[in-house]
Design a protein around this ligand. Structure first.
Ligand code: PLP
Length: 337
């Protein structure tokens, strides 16, 4: 017989998605099933609606789909892009967004900036001027997968036409749900577009959601987890308190990076509140650092794509705390110096 291994400690899994899920949220998924056409399901979806609207800062209905976030990226394209999209590409997932536009048979015009850089407002203004998009009815489709619930996203105030996230990032749920909000303009656009498909048809999805009904059999256990997590977010002080905690984690990594001389990839004003990408000393190598932390019981991400060996990524998102981050940084200090 092998000795039982100790259960993993919560709060040491800093992958930039999926991130750590609190034991209380995991436990919620043990509740028994309910029928997806039952009144219990309608009541559950009805209970979720007001907290979800607060999370997205919207007065509109929040769609919850059983799919990874990429499913709602596809929904955005199928329902929001008539012929042509201007894709802002500065990393792996915006690259995916652009590819998805083409895969859905639409034309994609790209505005590329290097990894670690942001698309600045004047670049966008210029690109819109040069691009044959009809500026009068341009829709803004936003991938907020690593920002929503971790840094400010103001759906209504910013006039976003479609904004979506996935369950496994700053919401700190297991993967498997996508959540999103569509503006009235987006819904009108969808009604006029052919070939929206079925699973990601915004029109029927919205019709079902306003009646608090799922379109198909949803991931019921994840809905239980979502309800529990929305309660935890409320107890923390709402989404704004959550933003503040993420901002504090970001500042802590910034201060540490200055003290230790471990530079960030993006410049100061363009850093994520939920993921820190740091350049590691050449003599060390990202893989060795990630491996050594793993041996000590902690998980972070190596760099992505071409940055694999030269950078590390700390996903300080979801339910992580400055305290645990502090412990992680203390370990990391010994590995980078
Ligand atoms: C993780 C991530 C995605 C993709 O999410 P999936 O749930 O794996 O489909 C998309 N965009 C961004 C910004 C992400 O961080």
């Amino acid at each position: 017989m092998t000795a039982p291994t100790a259960p993993p400690v919560f709060g040491r899994f800093f992958l930039p998605g999926p991130t750590d899920v609190h034991p209380e949220v995991l436990a919620a998924m043990q509740r028994p099933m309910i029928g997806h056409r039952s009144s219990a399901m309608e009541r559950l979806l009805e209970r979720l609606a007001p907290s979800l609207a607060q999370l997205f800062r919207t007065s509109r209905i929040v769609l919850v789909g059983t799919t990874s976030a990429t499913g709602f990226m596809e929904l955005a394209v199928r329902n929001g892009v008539r012929q042509r999209a201007l894709s802002l590409v500065n990393g792996a997932f915006s690259e995916r967004f652009a590819k998805l536009v083409r895969a859905c048979g639409k034309e994609c015009i790209r505005l590329d900036v290097p990894l670690g850089c942001a698309v600045e407002p004047d670049m966008l203004r210029d690109a819109l001027r040069r691009t044959p998009v009809d500026a009068v009815d341009v829709l803004v489709l936003v991938d907020a997968v690593t920002s929503l619930a971790g840094s400010p996203v103001e759906t209504d105030r910013w006039g976003l036409d479609f904004v979506f996230t996935g369950s496994q990032k700053a919401l700190a749920l297991p993967p498997g749900l996508a959540l999103g909000v569509a503006s009235e303009r987006m819904l009108e656009r969808a009604r006029a577009l052919p070939n929206r498909g079925l699973y990601f048809d915004l029109v029927s999805f919205t019709e079902a959601t306003v009646k608090h009904q799922p379109t198909n059999t949803p991931a019921i256990s994840l809905l239980y987890a979502l309800e529990t997590q929305l309660g935890r977010i409320e107890r923390e002080g709402g989404v704004e308190a959550r933003w503040r905690r993420h901002d504090a984690m970001r500042s802590r990594v910034e201060a540490w990076s200055e003290e230790r001389g471990v530079p960030f990839l993006p410049r100061a004003e363009r850093r994520s509140w939920t993921v820190s990408c740091l350049k590691v000393p050449e003599a060390r190598g990202a893989k060795a650092i990630v491996g050594a932390l793993k041996d000590a019981g902690w998980t972070i991400g190596a760099g992505y794509g071409s940055l694999k060996e030269t950078t590390i990524r700390i996903g300080h998102m979801g339910d992580h705390t400055v305290g645990a981050l502090e412990e992680l940084l203390a370990l990391l200090a010994g590995l980078v110096s």
